[in-house]
Design a protein around this ligand. Structure first.
Ligand SMILES: *Cc1c(COP(=O)(O)O)cnc(C)c1O
Ligand code: SF4
Length: 341
């Protein structure tokens, strides 16, 4: 089991968690029974929630909870965050580190598998714990570098002029403080061959107030081209607060893309996927990837078989303009790109 503290980088940077989003992050629901009670789920759900929570702790911010229908155990947003007893069941082929990332970390907090771009683990924490997450067993603590260790990572980037893009990943990189992120971006900017900053984050979706002036200050002023890849699986995740956050990002010159995970019982039907693409575009976001589930232990009950996934995407293509079609991909350990199905 991994235990992740909610805001370690803020503590490192010794900025008090007083801002609106920090308070929301710290105040997220972390008790499985409280989650059930708040959503009027009867006691039948409690033992499973406790079992799953013991494997990967519950974390649901209020702003996300507000989009879940109380009393509906099948709500597609609830399903992404409610631990179930099934998580304790072993399934053949489902393992702790399905992507074998432990093998590709030449420096702390850095994963270099693909040409021209590197992943930087800018924060080990997440604002929400998604039950299907392939990082549910990732050794975060070992990969959360301090400032001194970042220097080593930055040297690696400086020394390799084939790297044009730095990708902030995690955990969720926007769980780090703006002070920490601004510090890092300032150093990345000074590396001449870096052209792009990409941020893989779910925070603008789960706590839209994260997109505040302090963030827009460093993000809006970097010379790097900016891409943000959000993570949204269901149209109900996009309410007016998310649309407002996206508008602020767009005004700061950020290109917005989205990746989803195909999840049984959540978005594995054509109507939902079509509605998701339409809703994304209303928020100014283009669909990018639709991932099949990574075979991480504890998540087998979310699996959609490959054949069903291909049929779904073929049906989707009949419903949507080409620019609203995500690419269906799998992450294959050892490959140097995502693998289209
Ligand atoms: C997914 C991923 C990327 C980004 O891949 P794109 O196809 O450019 O979105 C980069 N590095 C690693 C290790 C990844 O897993
Ligand atoms: S926000 Fe992303 S990294 Fe964090 S638990 Fe969810 S899917 Fe995993």
């Amino acid at each position: 089991m991994i235990t992740r503290s909610p805001i370690p980088l803020q503590r490192q940077a010794s900025t008090p968690a007083t801002g609106a989003w920090q308070a929301q992050l710290a105040g997220a629901i972390r008790d499985p029974q409280e989650l059930c009670r708040r959503l009027a789920l009867d006691e039948r759900w409690w033992p499973g929630a406790e079992t799953g929570h013991a494997l990967f702790e519950v974390r649901v911010p209020e702003a996300y909870l507000a989009r879940i229908r109380p009393g509906d155990p099948h709500d597609p947003l609830l399903r992404q965050v409610l631990p179930l007893g099934e998580e304790a069941e072993a399934a053949p082929g489902y393992v702790a580190d399905p992507l074998e990332e432990a093998d590709h970390t030449p420096r702390r907090g850095l994963i270099h598998k693909y040409a021209g771009r590197v992943l930087l683990i800018a924060s080990p924490a997440c604002a929400i714990n998604c039950r299907y997450c392939f990082r549910r067993h990732f050794p975060y603590e070992e990969n959360a570098p301090s400032r001194a260790q970042w220097t080593d990572t930055l040297d690696y980037l400086r020394a390799d002029d084939s790297i044009h893009e730095a990708i902030f990943s995690g955990g969720d990189p926007l769980a780090a403080s703006d002070r920490q992120l601004a510090w890092l971006v300032e150093r990345l900017e000074a590396i001449p061959h870096l052209k792009r900053l990409r941020i893989h984050t779910r925070l603008p979706v789960v706590i839209p107030d994260r997109i505040d002036d302090a963030l827009l200050d460093w993000l809006g002023h970097t010379r790097l081209q900016k891409v943000m890849v959000l993570h949204i699986n269901h149209p109900n995740e996009i309410d007016e607060t998310v649309i407002d956050a996206c508008r602020r990002l767009h005004d700061a010159g950020v290109t917005l893309l989205n990746q989803s995970v195909l999840l049984a019982g959540i978005n594995d039907d054509v109507d939902t996927l079509a509605a998701l693409s339409e809703r994304l575009f209303e928020a100014g976001i283009l669909p990018y990837y639709l991932h099949v589930l990574d075979p991480v232990s504890g998540a087998a009950h979310f699996d959609v078989p490959d054949d069903a996934a291909r049929i779904l995407v073929a049906e989707l293509r009949k419903r949507l303009p080409g620019f609203l079609m995500p690419t269906l991909v799998r992450e294959v350990p050892g490959e140097t790109s995502k693998t289209p199905l």
